[in-house]
Design a protein around this ligand. Structure first.
Ligand code: NAD
Length: 292
């Protein structure tokens, strides 16, 4: 079927995700032929929050399309840290399991990083074990957090070199902004990371206005005004915000798209590529265990 492409400067995450899915399907088929098995990932979920269940179902659907085995392991919401860590260790020791993740949100009594650090570093599907975070600092990027990886895929798709570019990230969380800063540094961009205190000091528009590459992950609808965006900038909007019945990003899309050379929509931008990065990590974990 002929695919209808959007205007050239809109970075269509659904179409990029489809291309990535096809690459992953090919690799999985090759593994099935050569090794007689496919990657298996397990998602540990504590309790059944409706949003979390829907997200897990969509992950499972994509995994099935990719040919990857995906199992959900439910623990009761009131399960303690010890029970969670014992469960992770069992999965670490199970040779039929290649990748493990701990689904968010998790109950408040859980020390998430403590649990993440129990993951076998070669089965750490979301690159959250402290050892994998440390490896990223040293430039090793085989198992890395999925959302920053998705942002890098979008940037790769633009075909623009990153070396020497002014890259500005708005948002400094452990799962998006900070790891992304390391990935962009690895590509020799000049990286600025802005956060709430940048806004409080009134400096956000200045930093945004200098960006050749602007990535926003603050979770604040419409935080970035279109008129702040530099002409020709690449704009990647990671934000997902529910406003009334709509899902919107952190960037004022309509005005920003008049200036940007490339821009991601929300929804349909970074989100669909993020789940593909989880699948790619599943493949990578499998290879780490079987081929080193
Ligand atoms: P977080 O709450 O952990 O971190 C937000 C960051 O933004 C912090 O560093 C904070 O200092 C900064 N910030 C907040 N308000 C700001 C302001 N007014 N000015 C400048 N900086 C400000 O958030 P997170 O978990 O990193 O998520 C960020 C957004 O990305 C959310 O909308 C989330 O839903 C979305 N997200 C999307 C994906 C995806 O795959 N598309 C994945 C993860 C998160």
């Amino acid at each position: 079927m002929e695919r209808v492409m959007p205007a050239p400067h809109i970075l269509d995450g659904r179409s990029l995700a489809q291309d990535l899915l096809e690459q992953i399907q090919e690799e999985v088929s090759r593994l099935r032929e050569q090794q007689g098995r496919v990657p298996r990932m397990v998602n540990i979920m504590m309790g059944e929050a409706p949003g979390a269940c829907a997200y897990a179902r969509s992950q499972k659907r994509v995994a099935q399309q990719a040919g990857i085995q995906y199992d959900l392991l439910m623990l009761p919401r009131e399960a303690g840290q010890e029970e969670l860590e014992a469960c992770i260790r069992r999965l670490n020791d199970d040779p039929s399991v290649n990748g493990v993740m701990i689904h968010k949100p998790f109950p408040e009594h859980i020390d998430y990083q403590g649990a993440a650090n129990c993951l076998d570093v070669r089965k750490d599907l979301e690159g959250i074990n402290v050892a994998n975070i440390g490896k990223m600092l040293l430039g090793e990027t085989r198992l890395i957090p999925c959302t920053p990886a998705a942002v890098m895929e979008h940037l790769k798709f633009t075909g623009q070199p990153l070396r020497g570019k002014e890259a500005v990230i708005v948002g400094a969380s452990h799962i998006v902004g900070k790891p992304l800063s390391l990935l962009l540094l690895k590509e020799m961009a000049t990286v600025t990371v802005c956060h709430i205190a940048t806004s409080e000091a009134g400096h956000l528009p200045d930093h945004v206005g200098r960006a050749d590459i602007l990535i926003v992950a603050a979770g604040r609808p419409g935080l970035i005004k279109g008129e702040w965006v530099r002409d020709g900038a690449v704009v990647i909007d990671v934000g997902i915000n529910k406003v009334g019945e709509n899902i919107v990003g952190d960037v004022e899309f309509e005005t920003a798209k008049e200036r940007a050379s490339f821009i991601t929509p929300v929804p349909g931008g970074v989100g669909p590529v993020t789940v593909m990065m989880l699948m790619r990590n599943g493949l990578e974990a499998f290879k780490l265990q079987t081929q080193g």
